[in-house]
Design a protein around this ligand. Structure first.
Ligand code: PHE
Length: 447
């Protein structure tokens, strides 16, 4: 496949991977899950999960992608293990599933930018959310968001994704820092930081069983793992890149932006005294609460536009990575042009997203299934493959471009083989227990 595209520069790959990682997962899910899972206690488990489970798993995806230079499904055949293609298939499916409702939330964000500019939600933030989050208006907004995503991916790796993310990622960082500086002046700032940053150890220990599955799921989601994204992006990388360093930069930047998101969101919420510690309100709670915040502070319109603007940029730079996964697969296998494929996949995504756009209960259900079942299973299968099936060869691939790994290679491999696998199995068990066995849980009753 000599005419296959590549990144123009190494930085292009790193920035695109950061663009993928930094998304609604950081700016919406992370504060929301922190709020509903015990504040700072969740943050501690989450950070641990990122370092111990997420980073090694990301390197595993990188190794598969760069070794084979092919899409995430065929990569397994290329490595001589055709029967493991199902693992790639599961990852592609998981990504498709997630993107279907991600587009819907992307559509909400567009509505919130407009709503901030016009002040449309100022009088009644909850009613505004109800109006834009479900039904025909949400379907329309979902289509607009998706059309932008399809447009960027249609332009290709270098001219589309790389160029777009090189503008998007720096904008996200600059605007988030500016927002964090602004909210520091709000009256609820101190209380917001305390909620976010000072863990209650007793509550942490007592609730570990319910918090850990969410923390691990969040780590996978935010690092864009288990969706074949990192396999696909690294398949366009040359063998002289240092994957360990690149992955480290992605993980650290992504984590810092997540923390920045918390530093922005919680002061706003506590300034208006929003009730954020109870498990209620579902996916929309954060939209309603932040919007309520903007409607009651000076220059709320301006800051609302900037805040939701950043969220939109971040969501777009993630969504393009996920669309690229399916497009790469189709592009490697069928003789259709990239724009046509992007459009076809886009239509499929639109259709699968319709239930989520129609009713937020479905969206929550899709999201939960992704977090607690598809993502952990998908990462588990990939890690088991790299750790136990390719084994030492994986270390060889990881070593390329690093100038020698020393003990880091075997340490990484054994972390994958044992720690990551045990952590995921434990997470799955806890998550399934919570879904099916906890009294009152009725999982197949979506809402
Ligand atoms: N890491 C992304 C995020 O945090 C996850 C994601 C990527 C979701 C691509 C959808 C599409 O938002």
């Amino acid at each position: 496949m000599s005419d296959r595209e590549t990144w123009a520069t190494r930085l292009g790959f790193v920035v695109a991977a950061i663009g993928s990682a930094v998304g609604l997962g950081n700016l919406w899910q992370f504060p929301f899950k922190t709020a509903t899972n015990g504040g700072a206690a969740f943050v501690v488990f989450y950070l641990a999960a990122v370092v111990v489970v997420g980073f090694p798993a990301m390197l595993a995806e990188f190794v598969v992608g760069r070794r084979t230079n092919v899409n995430a499904v065929d990569a397994f055949g290329e490595l001589g293990h055709r029967q493991w293609r199902v693992v790639g298939g599961l990852a592609v499916f998981t990504g498709f599933w997630i993107l279907s409702y991600y587009n819907v939330v992307g559509g909400w964000v567009i509505r919130y930018i407009v709503g901030s500019a016009t002040g449309a939600y100022f009088a009644d933030p909850a009613a505004y959310f109800g109006a834009v989050s479900a039904g025909p208006e949400a379907v329309l907004a979902q289509a607009v968001f998706l059309a932008i995503v399809v447009g960027i991916v249609a332009l290709g790796i270098e001219d589309g994704i790389e160029k777009a993310t090189k503008v998007m990622v720096p904008s996200i960082v600059v605007l988030m820092v500016a927002l964090a500086a602004w909210v520091a002046t709000l009256p609820g700032a101190a209380e917001g930081y305390a909620f976010f940053l000072s863990p209650d150890i007793d509550a942490m220990v007592a609730n570990a069983g319910t918090i850990i599955p969410f923390a691990v799921g969040q780590a996978f989601f935010t690092l864009s793992l288990g969706m074949a994204i990192m396999i696909t992006y690294s398949s366009y990388v040359g063998s002289d890149d240092n994957l360990v360093l690149d992955g480290g930069v992605v993980v650290v930047t992504n984590t810092l932006i997540g923390v920045l998101a918390g530093l922005v969101v919680f002061p706003i919420l506590l300034t208006i005294g929003a009730e954020i510690t109870t498990e209620s309100g579902g996916a929309g709670a954060l939209f309603v609460a932040t919007a309520a915040g903007f409607s009651s502070v000076p220059f709320g319109r301006v800051f609302g536009v900037v805040f939701f603007g950043v969220v939109l940029i971040a969501a777009l730079s993630s969504a393009i990575s996920l669309l690229e996964v399916s497009v790469a697969y189709a592009n490697d296998n069928y003789g259709l042009s990239r724009p046509v494929l992007a459009a076809i996949v886009g239509v499929g995504l639109f259709l699968l997203g319709l239930p989520s756009a129609w009713d937020t209960g479905w969206l929550t259900w899709f999201d939960r299934f992704a977090y607690q079942v598809f993502l952990p299973v998908s990462v588990l299968a990939l890690v088991a493959f790299v750790g136990w099936v390719i084994g030492a060869d994986a270390i060889d691939e990881l070593r390329q471009g690093t100038g020698g790994l020393g003990a880091v290679g075997p340490l990484w491999l054994w972390t994958l083989r044992l720690i990551v696998i045990v952590a995921i199995l434990g997470t799955l068990a806890l998550g399934l227990n919570e879904m099916f066995l906890v009294e009152g849980a009725d999982f197949f009753q979506p809402f």
